[in-house]
Design a protein around this ligand. Structure first.
Ligand SMILES: *Cc1c(COP(=O)(O)O)cnc(C)c1O
Length: 500
């Protein structure tokens, strides 16, 4: 491409052709996702490509695209693939991809000011308030992910607890007693980190024991609060989990809400993926009590497959939300009319000033698929989890390690007390490129974790996954094949295992 005086192409038609080509190639990539390995380690050549010096001269879009195809695209993490079951990650959608490209075209800065992107973001807050049973005036903004949303929620709760002491001005020293938070021991580590970052200190997060369903023991919560009050500390927040990261367990949110109400403390829910179960009429009863929370942290990039990243914080009391973050800088002052008009801007509701238009890809996803279809995909992942659970239970070689509440299946190999066989199986599976479950630690022992989030994961994939597990176990134990491994069903999975 020849040079122009600015960063626009000198030849728009040539650019158009290249851009269309790039989009076509990416559409093919998504369409043909099953034909490639879930994951493969980046080649030394690819890694070396990213240790070069800062380029003084550009090489143009076409050659940069070639490098993308060669050094980046083949080595992506793999969460779009139907056999990706590691961690809790969304799979993206073609619609989300297009929306993300359009958002980049507009290049809106969504920190504030008077433009339509903020109305789109407001629409998302309104929709989620409706889905979760919050009042329509509830306030919400996009953030990177649930980790950040949990942190910001904790800051709002801290603001409420500090009241007139003005912790934003005076710091924690202004408080006359130590603030204590509560969550089940299954809670995501980001809640602990939020305690660290907020200055309240991780030691003031009480991790409450969980029961056989891995839900918080409510009586233990009550005892912990009473003990802290007796010791002169100030309980200020309880975090309920709607879908824990390890096993997908859901706390009894109604019971947690009762305790929070009785104790007059903030009720926050980490619903990173699980809160969206509320979009399925079938699953909604599982997250009953969601509607009573003071704040909810959740992600659109998990169970709704909005391309990364798209976390969200929803707060019942919009005034309090604003009080925790709003500031009056001269360059952010509001005008009665024009581009600087508007009352509450997103920058009043969190620490980010410059923000991307995450609402657009979320709006496109919800508008174009509709909640029924999205909810049906969520239900399907739960059905796939049940199917896998059934296969694990039917196999003499594997054992379940935790109950299945939603879409996460934790299991281990039989006769593997220290989990070393489970670890081998998972690493072998990753390196085979055939499937990608993850490992977690349950009760001190490594467990295989299949988090089934992907809308592309169907029955045949689950059945194939079970075959792969058996084959990898035999390989790890150097057991001979009882019979040749069946050819992979057309589509899902791959057949390279037949060499083992
Ligand atoms: C994924 C997850 C988080 C963290 O969310 P991010 O979007 O990765 O920041 C927190 N809690 C739970 C239960 C999760 O599953």
């Amino acid at each position: 491409m020849s040079e122009s005086k600015d960063l626009d192409p000198a030849d728009w038609e040539a650019f158009r052709a290249e851009a269309h080509g790039a989009l076509d190639a990416m559409i093919d990539h998504i369409r043909d996702i099953r034909e490639r390995p879930v994951w493969r380690e980046a080649s030394p050549e690819a890694k070396a490509r990213f240790r070069r010096e800062l380029p003084l001269e550009g090489k143009g879009l076409a050659r940069t695209l070639q490098d993308f195809d060669r050094y980046i695209k083949p080595y992506a993490i793999g969460n779009a693939h139907p056999m990706f079951m590691g961690w809790v990650q969304g799979a993206g959608t073609p619609v989300g991809m297009v929306a993300e490209m359009l958002a980049a075209g507009l290049d809106s800065n969504c920190g504030g000011r008077n433009h339509i992107a903020l109305d789109v973001e407001r629409q998302i807050a309104l929709w989620m308030a409706q889905a979760f049973g919050f009042p329509p005036e509830a306030s919400g903004i996009f953030v990177t992910g649930a980790s950040m949303a949990n942190f910001l929620s904790l800051l709002v709760a801290r603001e409420r607890a500090a009241g007139a002491r003005n912790v934003r001005l005076n710091g924690l020293n202004a408080l006359d007693s130590v603030l204590v938070a509560y969550a089940s021991r299954e809670v995501h580590n980001c809640v602990r980190q939020a305690m660290e970052l907020s200055g309240l200190g991780a030691r003031h997060l009480r991790l409450i024991a969980s029961d056989e369903r891995r839900a918080m023991r409510i009586a233990d919560l009550q005892h912990a609060i009473a003990a802290d009050r007796a010791a002169g500390l100030t309980p200020f927040m309880v975090v309920g989990s709607a879908g824990t990261v390890d096993t997908g367990a859901v706390d009894d949110l109604d019971a947690v809400a009762d305790v929070a109400q009785e104790e007059d403390i903030w009720f926050h829910i980490d619903g990173a993926f699980g809160a969206l179960a509320a979009l399925s009429p079938k699953l909604k009863p599982l997250v009953k009590g969601l509607e009573r929370a003071d704040s909810i942290a959740f992600d659109f990039h998990k169970w709704l497959h909005v391309p990364y990243d798209a976390g969200f914080i929803l707060v019942r009391d919009p005034k309090l939300h604003r009080r925790a973050f709003a500031a009056d800088a001269a360059y952010l002052s509001r005008a009665p009319r024009g581009l600087a008009a508007g009352e509450t801007w997103p920058c009043d509701l969190g620490p980010d000033l410059s923000r991307s238009f995450r609402a657009l890809k979320t709006w496109f996803t919800i508008e174009s698929y509709g909640v029924e279809r999205l909810g049906a995909c969520i239900e399907q992942t739960c059905r796939m989890a049940r199917r896998l659970e059934g296969l694990i239970q039917a196999s003499p070689n594997f054992i379940m390690r935790a109950p299945v509440t939603l879409n996460i299946v934790c299991f281990g190999a039989a006769d593997d007390p220290d989990g070393s066989l489970a670890r081998e199986i998972v690493m072998d599976l990753h390196e085979s490129g055939e499937a990608a479950p993850s490992l977690t630690i349950l009760d001190g022992v490594p467990a295989i974790r299949a988090a089934i989030i992907n809308h592309r994961t169907h029955e045949a994939d689950i059945d194939r996954f079970m075959e792969l597990l058996e084959a990898m176990r035999r390989r790890a134990l150097r057991e001979p094949h009882p019979e040749p491994l069946a050819e992979a069903p057309k589509g899902p999975g791959r057949t390279r295992l037949s060499q083992d």
